[in-house]
Design a protein around this ligand. Sequence first.
Ligand code: ATP
Ligand code: MG
Length: 607
Amino acid sequence: MSSTHPANTSAAEGEPKVSNFLRQIIENDLDKGTYQSRRWAGSPGDAAHQEAGQPDPARIRTRFPPEPNGYLHVGHAKSICLNFGLARDYGGICHLRFDDTNPEKEDTEYVNSIIDAVKWLGFDWQAQGTTHLYQASDYFDFMYRAAEYLVQNGHAYVDEQTTEQMRANRGDFGKPGVDSPFRSRTPAENLARLREMRDGQHEDGSMVLRAKIDMASPNINLRDPAIYRIRRATHHNTGDKWCIYPMYTYAHPIEDALEQITHSICTLEFEDQRPFYDWLLARLCEGGLLKSPPPRQYEFARLNLTYVITSKRKLAQLVYDHKVSGWDDPRMPTIVGLRRRGYTPESILLFAERIGVTKSDSWIDYSTLESCLREDLENKAHRGMAVLDPVKLVLTNWAEVFGSDGYTEDCTQPALPHSAIAEGQTPPPDRVFKIGKEVWIEREDFEEVPPKGYKRLFPGNVVRLKGGYVIECTGAGAKDANGQVTEVHAKVIAGTKSGTPGADSVKAKAAITWVSVASGVPAEVRLYDRLFLDPHPDAGGKDFIEALNPNSLKVVTAYVEPSLANAKPDEKFQFERHGYFVADRVDHAVGKPVFNRATGLKDSWGK
Ligand code: ATP
Ligand code: MG
């Protein structure tokens, strides 16, 4: 399979664009020239820094800002496709920013996995010779300077109430808050306290810096939100330089503004934070610390996928409690898990495009994701035969017809059906495999007493071994102590081989898949099913562990034809009649094939 990077071309080229209200907003801003006056000095920075730069060559700037505290999942993939996709489509630049302002949870393992995931999807943060890969913790100095500015101008104060007092005085939806007794301190007093906080003169949790806005605001987020807290923790980037850390709601708008982001796109749960986002940036712009116009925040509905959980914390629990084999377990909705399951970047991009972007929460059916994979692999994945539940079929008249029991013959079949070959494209070389006296067939393809309408092997019935000969079944050849059939017998009909002039001389009722004993290779095949039995495993505070599917993995030993046994790791195939499979990236080796079922051929989720 080719590994082109579809993300570099507009995914929707030639197709009508799916509903995406953000496109309208951006197009409107571009028409009005909202951000035309922006300058960019080549790196993030404050107003003075950007002022000295050139007019920004990027028409818009977006960002994808993960917190490096876990592996990215399919929900993040939606956000990546959205942010990088919009930048690509509108002559903009998308920054990859590690939102690492929380000192305790970050890890370089996660940083590297995030970089790999975004690259694998085909996106890039290099533009015009600059690497737009940023760390929010690099902005701590500015964030602190901005805090002093707010204090000096009466927009922030140090509150020494206890956490309980603060909570009680915040009020609730029906009840306005009560001013803190520390709210009326002078800027000079507050500045002194803030500096003491910074210099480590106070205990963790003994006081916080709060924005001074409105304790009676109907939006509780505007009731003097905390913006800095004391926390003695070693940060992976800044070490022990700081013992105070900014709160996320304070840090995030500043990060966006320093990076000259125009459209800051986040999920709906931040909608109530937008007034604070705007308030903060307006203060810092009017103080001349940041360049106007500031970025604007827009919210979209997060991805909810049935039978899937999309929370890094809950996914981490599955990993640490050994409910799955790791972050890249093929049942995980992580990007590494999807990749190991056999998903392609193209299929995920197609999915993101297809689900669109809306402002109201809804559930996307898991089958939508699977059908995008089928659509992508349909014309790409080479075909092959594999027998997943093998029983031996013996062609009892083989020596009579071909002269000896040991005789074998080559069969050829196309790697891709005619319909999958685009005009002008050279078809891949045919697959070659042997037929001999003994072949493996699926256990379900033989019935001693056929149910009504059954067309496959039963005594007296005539079927074709796909790509091989027509055979006539003579019955069960052997059974074990439990009466289970261990060998099926049939007679080969001479002159009926596929692709020869006599192929149609005998009419077969059905064609069945098979692999010869002579050229079949045993393979470990991992048959994955949904990880959860409940379509909404963690909705309404449910314990998602209880919804785990005990049968989400079944491992079988199958027989596969040589073209499959020689697969490269990560190569995808259609096992005829069974579905799409991938050679496992981790465990597969030539001579010891291991395949994962990516998806069946048809939607089975509704059943
Ligand atoms: P989690 O709860 O899984 O930790 P998060 O939102 O805290 O998710 P971040 O690392 O902060 O994770 O997210 C980075 C970006 O990805 C954010 O802009 C966030 O809005 C977006 N994102 C996270 N989950 C989803 C989702 N399910 N659908 C769409 N976007 C998402
Ligand atoms: Mg988060």
